[in-house]
Write a protein that binds this ligand. Structure first.
Ligand SMILES: NC(=O)c1ccc[n+]([C@@H]2O[C@H](COP(=O)([O-])OP(=O)(O)OC[C@H]3O[C@@H](n4cnc5c(N)ncnc54)[C@H](OP(=O)(O)O)[C@@H]3O)[C@@H](O)[C@H]2O)c1
Length: 246
């Protein structure tokens, strides 16, 4: 299962908690080098210590700033000599009905969940194009397939991740670049804390308490996609907890 991962350099956004942090652990165990990006650099430093500085390098990063993402991929190349994989994972889930008018949250979700992914592609593409290989894993969601009340903006961002990844998959054909859309259901992370709307946050916390499964579920999907031979492009993975109906 870990074949093809040893020696790969993987840049992960949103690596300070949840899915990104757990994926870093699985990838280092499989022999990869990881570059960890997020705003909470103290968390990244602690994770890099845990994984060993020879395997993991922290980088303070706000994905809403394209220049910071370009500096992130440049840092990966400076530190480990190359970049093979970019995991555009950073995200927020500020669920609320539109009539609540939580405009700042809409802007933030669009900036992080959509623009952050676009900027991540933009930042890694020059290296992938030059080396005629590379792999993007862009994180969508069950909410990128299923729409619920309160999920207008979040689902819109996660549908957008699927749309832009599928267009890019076709555009990237001349460069031998692989593209995976990874869409999890409820997984136990800090994500429900990004739901701040009164009434909604309690509902979501209970839903996660009842249904969420461990973050290793997601990390195992990443390991699967990355360990396939060069001529196989795993384009989409959608998974849910067995108990999740939505
Ligand atoms: N957990 C689930 O049930 C689930 C289901 C479907 C999809 N997803 C998706 O999975 C991805 C990861 O979420 P998670 O579940 O692991 O939640 P999480 O534990 O809350 O992690 C979110 C990560 O995103 C980072 N982040 C947020 N804003 C950022 C910014 N402006 N710049 C850089 N990093 C930023 C956070 O780091 P800092 O705050 O330190 O910057 C954190 O590391 C998200 O895209 C989410 O939509 C999760």
């Amino acid at each position: 299962m870990t074949e093809g991962i040893t020696g790969k350099v993987v840049a992960i956004t949103g690596a300070s908690s949840g899915l990104g942090a757990e994926t870093a652990r699985h990838l280092v165990a499989a022999g990869a080098k990881v570059v960890l990006g997020a705003r909470r650099v103290d968390r990244l430093e602690a994770l890099a210590d845990e994984l060993g500085r020879e395997n993991a390098a922290p980088f303070q990063l706000d994905v809403t700033d394209a220049a910071q993402l370009r500096a992130f991929t440049a840092f990966a190349v400076e530190t480990f000599g190359k970049i093979d994989v970019m995991i555009n994972n950073a995200g927020l889930m500020p669920l609320s009905p539109l009539e609540m008018g939580r405009v700042e949250e809409w802007d933030q979700a669009i900036d992080v969940n959509i623009k952050g992914v676009l900027y991540g592609i933009h930042a890694a593409l020059p290296y992938f194009r030059e080396q005629r290989s590379g792999h993007f894993i862009n994180v969508s969601s069950v909410a990128g397939h299923v729409i619920s009340p309160g999920g207008a903006v979040y689902s819109a961002t996660k549908y957008a991740v699927r749309a832009l990844t599928e267009a890019f998959r076709k555009e990237a054909k001349p460069y031998n670049i692989r593209n995976t859309i990874l869409s999890p259901g409820a997984v136990d992370t800090e994500l429900p804390q990004s739901v701040k709307a009164p009434g909604v946050s309690e509902f979501v916390a209970k839903f996660y308490e009842d249904a969420a499964i461990s973050a290793s579920s997601f990390a195992r999907c990443v390991v699967f996609a990355l360990s396939q031979p060069e001529d196989m492009d795993v384009n989409e993975i959608l998974f849910r907890p067995t108990s999740q109906e939505l």
